[in-house]
Structures are given as structure tokens and as C-alpha cells.
Design a protein around this ligand. Structure first.
Ligand SMILES: [Zn+2]
Length: 326
């Protein structure tokens, strides 16, 4: 039912919302090339329409001086949404990376913070199983860090989704009948994968994982992560990329050294968006190794985190019963 309503919204928006119609039409022209590694590959997409997101200025002054594009009151009149859980709307993203790319902002202009919202993330992935949900932290690729939003894309378009099924790179950390935690070995950008069929267990595993990341990497608003997840085979899979910075030095360089690499979830998941044609051709295994190393967690911190993850306790002990008094 919900999926049907979403499909209808998409069809109607492509008829009535000219900006979206043009950009989804343009998406058919994007170029793609693949760069193979030993056990996985990265996909590069040349997509000039994404310049606006990659180059977005997210410092406080820039944010305060622009009308927020995720507030309904500033949206073009032709842009319509589908209500969800009394506090979100699903909108067709007018600057797509994928065919059927949705943005799910909070109805209220509240900052990009995950606290208290993981259950909504899990509910969305359960209700829309044909989609992969994702969340960019406020300093990890969100182009509107002042307005809370999730995004979603059709499943199986990002290499990560295949890679988590690849036994040859899966490194198990913890396993039980109801959940598992693993990482991917030599994956260029460290990732933690949580799997569980119970939303409460997963929420608790996630809370503790986020805490461990925050204890290891300094942060301001919240531990720095990119988060992706989906619901498949009666269980949730949630992938967490710990980050140390938004952009590598090459982003700020001039001339031949410049690379417009400002990764969010989609890039971390192996689909690199290149808004400039020169970058599209410039990407190589050497360059990508360097870029991902700069924005991802440092190797020594990664070792510490993996050790700590082995001791997660998915069930919080109940408070000890006190003896009744007479
Ligand atoms: Zn807003």
C-alpha cells in the first residue's frame, strides 16, 4: 500500500514538477565506469547535476543566509510529498543520483541528529523493502545539516550491498542466534555491519556502536558516521562507516591537484559521484586509496573499535530487583 502510494507520487511528480522531470531525464545520460579491486569494485558516476550538493557550503553562516530547501514553506509549489509517521514527508529528490531517489525530511526544521530516530530509519526500511535507506551525519556529507533528513534509493545500486554478502571479505566479530556483527576486510574504507531480526536488539547494538565510535574519534554534534540499511530475508542489515573528516585536502586544492571528492553515504557505499568530467577520468586505485584513507577512520583507531565491538551486549541487564519492605 505504502509502496504503491510512493510509486504514484513518483509518477505524478515527474509529470508536474518540471525541475525533477528534467533532472530524471538527464539521469539517463550519466556515464558510469568501474574500477576493480581484488575482492570488490567501485563504480564512478559522472553526474554534473550533483555539483550543487557536492559543493554545498555547510558552515553556519552559509546555512543561515539561505532559505532551507527541506522546509515545505520554501519548496516549489509543484513539489509534493507523502506523509509518513506523522513527522516526515517523502519527496522525490529533484537532484537524483538514482532513478527513484527520495528525500525524507522531518516536518520540522530540526538539526541533523540521529538521536531517537533509528527506530524511524528501521521502520522506513521495513515499510519500503525495495529501497536502501541512508543517513549522512551533519559533518559527513549532509548538504542540509540544519534540517533533519533521511534518503532512500532502489536496492542493489550500490556495490556495498553485494560486498556485505561476500564471504571472502567478511570478518565476523560477534554472533548469536538473533544477531551478528562483522566488518569487511581490506575494504578501503572501514565499515561495521550489524544484522538482527529484532528492532530492539539492533537499536541497542547500534547505540553501543555509536558510543564506541564517539569514544574513539573526537566529534562535535554526534559521532561522525554514514549509515545505510535495508530489510531483507526477515532481518535488518545496517552498515556504519566511521568518519574522521568530510573532505580530503584535494577538495580544497587548485589546478591539476583538485578533486571534487566530498563523500556521503553513496560514495562510501562504492558509487562515487563525480560532478566534473575531469574527475570522472582522473579516479584510479591509487587516488581513491588516498582519498578514502583521509576521510575514513585511522587504522589504529579502527583496530581499537573492532576490539571493543567484540564485547557489545545487545541486551541491557534489567535493574536489580529491590527487596520489598514490610
Ligand atoms: Zn528546514
Amino acid at each position: 500500500m505504502k509502496n504503491q502510494a510512493l510509486q504514484q507520487l513518483y509518477i505524478r511528480q515527474l509529470q508536474e514538477f518540471e525541475l525533477a522531470r528534467q533532472n530524471y531525464e538527464g539521469l539517463k545520460q550519466v556515464q558510469v565506469r568501474e574500477i576493480p579491486w581484488e575482492h570488490f569494485h567501485l563504480r564512478i558516476q559522472y553526474n554534473p547535476a550533483r555539483m550543487i550538493s557536492t559543493n554545498a557550503k555547510t558552515d553556519r553562516q552559509s546555512l543561515e543566509s539561505r532559505p532551507c530547501f527541506l522546509c515545505a514553506s520554501h519548496m516549489p509549489t509543484a513539489q509534493k510529498g507523502l506523509p509518513y509517521l506523522d513527522r516526515y514527508h517523502l519527496f522525490v529528490n529533484p537532484y537524483p543520483i538514482f532513478e527513484r531517489h527520495f528525500t525524507i525530511p522531518s516536518d520540522r526544521h530540526l538539526p541533523q541528529r540521529l538521536e531517537g530516530r533509528l527506530k524511524d530509519f528501521l521502520a522506513l526500511s521495513f515499510d519500503f523493502p525495495e529501497f536502501t535507506l541512508f543517513y549522512n551525519g551533519p559533518r559527513c556529507g549532509a548538504s542540509a545539516p540544519d534540517h533533519f533528513h533521511f534518503q532512500m534509493a532502489p536496492r542493489h545500486h550500490m556495490p556495498l550491498e553485494e560486498d556485505v554478502e561476500n564471504d571472502s571479505i567478511r570478518h565476523p566479530l560477534l554472533r548469536d542466534d538473533y544477531y551478528s556483527i562483522f566488518t569487511l576486510t581490506d575494504y578501503l574504507r572501514p565499515v561495521i555491519v550489524l544484522r538482527a531480526s529484532d528492532a530492539l536488539i539492533l537499536t541497542e547494538l547500534f547505540r553501543q556502536t555509536q558510543q564506541i565510535i564517539g569514544q574513539t574519534i573526537p566529534f562535535e554534534e554526534e559521532p561522525m558516521i554514514n549509515l545505510l540499511g535495508w530489510f531483507d530475508n526477515c532481518q535488518w542489515t545496517v552498515c556504519i562507516f566511521p568518519r574522521r573528516t568530510l573532505r580530503p585536502w584535494q577538495f580544497h586544492a587548485d589546478g591539476a591537484e583538485k578533486v571534487l571528492f566530498s563523500p556521503g553515504c553513496v560514495d562510501m557505499a562504492g558509487l562515487i559521484i563525480a560532478p566534473r568530467e575531469e574527475d570522472f577520468y582522473k579516479y584510479s586505485t591509487e587516488l581513491l586509496t588516498d582519498l578514502f584513507a583521509q576521510v575514513s577512520i585511522a587504522p589504529t583507531d579502527w583496530d581499537i573499535i573492532q576490539q571493543r565491538l567484540k564485547h557489545l551486549v545487545p541486551f541491557q541487564p534489567l535493574p536489580e530487583a529491590t527487596e520489598p519492605h514490610d
